[in-house]
Every structure is written in C-alpha cells, then in structure tokens.
Design a protein around this ligand. Sequence first.
Ligand code: ADP
Ligand code: MG
Length: 450
Amino acid sequence: MDGLNQAEGLWAQAVARLRPEIGDENADLWLKPVEILSLDGGVLMLKVPNKFFSDGIKERYQKRLTALFRDISGLDIGLDFRVEKDLSRVLPSSDPVPQASAQSDFALSDLNPRYTFENFVIGESNRLARATAESIGKSPGTQYNPYVIYGGVGLGKTHLMHAIGNALRRQHPKARVLYTTSEQFANDFISALQNNAIDNFRAKYRSLDCLLIDDIQFMIGKERSEQEFFHTFNALFDSRKQIIVSSDRSPKEMTPLEQRLVSRLEWGFVADIKPPDLETRIAILRKKGELEQFSVPDDVILFIASSVKTNVRALEGALIRLKAFQSMTGAPLSVDEAREILKDTLVNDDASPIRAETIQRVVAMKYSVEIKDLKGHQRTALIAMPRQVAMYLCCVMTEMSSTDVGRAFGGKDHSTVLHARKKIEKKIEEDPFFMELINKLKSDIRAAER
Ligand code: ADP
Ligand code: MG
C-alpha cells in the first residue's frame, strides 16, 4: 500500500465513523469536497476548495477526527490544509468531452442551455459586455473580478450570464457554478435563518467557483441579505473565485445598497449594455428566426426592427406572434399583415425618450419661428403661442418637471410653464382643429426622435 492509498483509507474510515455522528448533510457539505493529498511525517494533508472549508473543518471536526485517527491507526496524526486559490489550477483544463456526471455531487445551477455565446448577436451596443463575458468564460477568477453587467430591461444581461455559466461548465465540468437571482439569494438566506441552517447556506455559497447573481438591484433595502451577500462576496473574492453581478443601473446609481458593497463592485470590471442599433436588431431577428426555424421575409424583418427599438425581448415577442400567425395561414407574411398583427404591441414601444430640444426644433419649424425666440421673452402672439405649445408638449411628452421645462426655455419660472400648460389644454378641449395640430406635432416629434 503506498502512502496516498494509506492516507485515503484512513480518511475514509474516519469519515465513515464520523458521518453518523454529524449527519449526512454535514458530512456531504464539509467532508465530501475534501481531497486527500498526502500523509507525511504524521500530517494528513487535505485539499479544500477555500479557506471557509479549512476554518470550518478545523473548528468543528478536527478534534474528533484526530481522535478517530488515533483509534484507527494507533498514531497521532495531525491535519493540514491546502487551499486552492487559483481557479484555473483547481479546475481541470479544457476537456473536449464534457463529463456531466462529474458535476453531480452539487446540485447547483439552473443554467438555460439556450443562452449561449453562439446565440448572442454582437453589436456596438453590447460588444464590450460580451467580449468580457467570453473572456471570463475562458479564464474565470482572474482579470475581471467582480464583473458587473448593467443595462435596461430585455437587453441581454441574463442571457450573457447564462452564457458565461454554460461556457464554464463546458470547459470545466467540475466547476461549482451557481446562477441565481438576488431574490432567490435573499429567500434562500431567510429560509436558512428560519431553519437554523445558516452554516449550510454559507458552505454552499462560499464553496463556489463562480457565483452569478442576477438583478442585484432587488437586493436594495433588504439589509440582512445585503450584508450576507457582502460577506459571501468577500469570502469568494478572497479565494479568487469569480463573481458576476447584473443590475439595471450602474454601481454608482445603487446608492442605497450598502456603500461598502458598491465600492467592492467597482473594484472589478463594469460594462453596460445599451439598446441595439438597427443593424443589430435586424441581425438578432435573423438569428432568432433561424433558431425558431421560422423564415421571415426581409421586408418584414426590416419592419419589425424599425418599429421595436428599445428592448430585445419585445423584438422576440413580435417574432413569436408573427410565427403563430403564419403557422395558421401557411402563407408567407407581408409587411401589411405584420403591421396589423403587431399593431397593439407596437404602440407601446415609443419608449425612446423625447428631448426638449427636439420638441423646440419641431415646433419652431412648424410655426416658422426661431428656437431662440421660443427661449426668449417676446410676448407677441406670433411667438407666445408656439412657445406655449412647446412648453405644453415638454410637460406631457417628457419626464421633465415644470421647473426643468422653465429652465429649458431660457430660465422661465415654473408658474409660467404651468400657465402655458393649462392654456393649451383648454384650447385643445375647445378646438378640434387645434387638437389635430397638436397630435400631428406629437407624431412629428416622435419621428424626429428616432
Ligand atoms: P435582461 O436580462 O437584460 O432583461 P435578457 O437576457 O432576459 O434581458 O434578454 C431578453 C431576451 O432577448 C432573451 O430571450 C435574450 O435571448 C434576447 N437577447 C438579448 N440580447 C440579445 C442578443 N444580443 N442576441 C440575441 N438575443 C438577445
Ligand atoms: Mg434579466
């Protein structure tokens, strides 16, 4: 029997006796991840995933284990630990044949296999976020840690996170990769508190090689979860494990989230995803059509891509509706049909923000006045009317407060703005032709904003 076999035998016997004393759950959590490295000079060398394990095993079981070793072998045998810090060394290197079974000791990730890098279309709006994600998928825990992806709804944050997880899984089948949302994390934490299982909770989260937490903004205000996440973060970060977080806003805008956590997030790499430009939207629609085995005529693709601008999920939704329609009729779609089918969904996509400058420009053109006149103080009706119209439109078409609107019109008082708004509202009520004119102005402004 060589030294290593002997060491492994000793460990196995000791664990077999300890198991009934501490219960299966603890044994699986604490002792199963241990790997035996050597037995040398009366010291059994154990390899553990991180410091959390070495501390935990020392604190909880070391005494009992040494007693068991003495019982089994008649010798005084000490324990020593080696913590594998560098993920790329812990993980087996790229393996062309994924071994699904190697993973089974830890029922972890909920990764969606459809969300891969191959299925993620690259455009200017997401180039950096995606390139960084891909590089993390190759060598986690090194350069970009933590990695924060932020951006608006439906722009591909969750997709990218799963893609990282899937890539890691493929290249490092044994890696402990966990994808979760901040809400799930918080729920998990609370139920651990309630069930007196906080040690298990910590062992689970702190033994990961890669933790992906989606929509971190929902953690804001959940103080205890935030704190717990902070400690989880530190434990993982200290052992150079990869942390990836997504959010609908940049770390700077997360102010109520504990300041110390925000500054940690900023240690790493922050990338944003913006709404895709027209070309990227077209490419995404083509890709989705391919995946859905739905062939969409080019002019219909162009129509959808030019109508739905702010959200990739909405693009997908449009495509799916069209597919359902086409499968009923069997005939290829025309643009007019597409417009008819999507008419209810498309009105809601006028989400591109309207700017005061655009309103002023369009109104000035319509009334043939100068923009500087709109911002000036002349009271002749020829100027005062378009000025009031423009102020009114700023009130109803933007998120600006009346103070903001006043400022945009050469520093006028907010009461002037409110007065203008009331006056125009009244006129719209009284005069259908005027209402028509205002509606036309609104649609011109929206068109100018595209
Ligand atoms: P978020 O998490 O930012 O709200 P998701 O990742 O859930 O957005 O993306 C919404 C949908 O849009 C998903 O089905 C995703 O596959 C798709 N999607 C987003 N960006 C892209 C892209 N660049 N290429 C392909 N699909 C995309
Ligand atoms: Mg998401």
